[in-house]
Ligand binder design. Sequence first.
Ligand code: NAD
Ligand code: A1AUG
Length: 542
Amino acid sequence: MDAITSVPVPYNEPVKGYAPGSPERESLQKRVAELESEHVELTQTIGGQQRMAGGDRFDVVQPHDHAHVLGTAAQATGQDVADAVAAAKAAAPGWAATSFDERAAVILRAADLLAGPWRDTINGATILGQSKSVQQAEIDAACEFIDFLRFNVHYARQIIAEQPRSVPGEWNRMDYRPLDGFVTAITPFNFTAIAGNLPTAPALMGNTVVWKPTPSQQFAAHFTMRLFEAAGLPPGVINLVTGDGHAVSDVALTDPGFAGLHFTGSTATFKKLWRTIGENLDSYRSYPRIVGETGGKDFIVVHPSADPAPLATAFARGAFEYQGQKCSAASRAYVPRSIWEGGLREELADLTRTIRFGDVTDFSHFGGAVIDARAFAKHKAALDRAKATDTIEVLAGGGYDDSVGYFVEPTVLVCSDPSDEVFTTEYFGPIIAVHVYDDADYSSILDVVDSSSPYALTGAVFATDRSAIDEAHRALRGAAGNFYVNDKPTGSIVSRQPFGGSRASGTNDKAGSLLNIQRWTSPRAIKETWDAPTGHTYPHMG
Ligand SMILES: NC(=O)c1ccc[n+]([C@@H]2O[C@H](COP(=O)([O-])OP(=O)(O)OC[C@H]3O[C@@H](n4cnc5c(N)ncnc54)[C@H](O)[C@@H]3O)[C@@H](O)[C@H]2O)c1
Ligand SMILES: N[C@@H](CCC=O)C(=O)O
């Protein structure tokens, strides 16, 4: 049982600028060069012991320079995963018995180490391994990751402080236990912060974890595990296994002690994992908690009353930051003819053509490459299709080149058919599709926005007319779990815009909020009676 103590008041980590001549820029560039020069054995960490997985080895490369190998990992075998599950089970009693304050101290120390001596390493590994610009790495691998750690402790303390009423003769308490078994965390390539948050949120609540990062994020995940160890995480609390995850599905998700899945990734993968869990329901000791955040096809709707000045920037940043590889990226836009033909078309085309993707170790680039050959091939096919489709104009971009890195140009498509796949399919790259509508058709275009995509993750409306904004709130209430007014639909900040969507975008358990943390506890209500009755009759019996 936990004493109710205070925890440090959380705050959002300030974003560093890395401007030319700044000390943070010099320090990070030095660390990036060091990381580039190493070849790292990307081990698993099981029961506190590092070891290479037993399956086929694979290289982890720089997406913007795919001949440059950063490290080598291997596919986890069934035995690797079984050992990780065993280590999680072995560590579970001790970790569950550890006081909340002691668990929180590890998480808070990780946050401060990341804010300080580990910032350049985690940022640098993210820049190199995931092809993030320094700005995108800083807001993710440093700031959002630190925020997740600090605010999760704050939210967990709020949950534990929520105690039932007691009345004379009885004392009522709530014991916030961990789940009855281990949690499996399976994480995506695009955010180092998410990869760090999905295993630590359940661990904070006393659970032990089997963590499976995606192969293409293994470089930063490797150093993230070292950060957790430096913060004092005991062996076996988080067990990292490497590879494509199939052994995790076969072994961890079918184990009777499996108690929860903390997932972020594509909708297709999440559905596959959910089916596996459903097929094994009879073998589990408890009903597993399933928390998953998945795909998006995020929109910007512009009303004729919108101020045109911020639009091109919102479109470009929303669509092309991190090469569009954000689940929140603006990938479809609906613009009234008066604004489109009033200057936005040319402004957006000109701005897009100035955006340079390249080697992100050169900090002058806006962005880098898409994550791997599979992503490159998907975008090549989408762009080739667009160029061959009569209802689509390639207004800017449309090029691609994988000779050095997996580079896809920032691209603006204009399409007259709002039901085309460019408005419904998640490509997950630097492509935004624009549909121009007649000014009088705002109400009907809102219906198109709501109904034409299976996703409901993020969306934005730009307008100055309050009635138009109000109409968008009502018509699009189910179309986005994170809704923005007069701003781009990306860039949620922990504690300010808790993040998550519904429909095909996930279970909407709002990562980085109290709502997510409470998924990782199984409360036990305790009533202690001071003077129990000694007779069994009641007044009605006479
Ligand atoms: N909603 C959100 O908060 C959010 C955040 C980030 C990314 N995403 C989504 O994630 C996707 C991009 O990430 P990605 O390409 O890494 O997704 P992905 O689905 O390809 O992979 C996600 C994770 O699942 C693992 N995996 C894949 N198949 C598996 C299997 N059969 N068994 C076990 N594990 C398996 C992968 O190795 C990876 O670790 C996009 O759809 C994006 O929208 C959503
Ligand atoms: N929370 C991030 C997106 C995370 C998914 O890729 C944002 O709001 O831009």
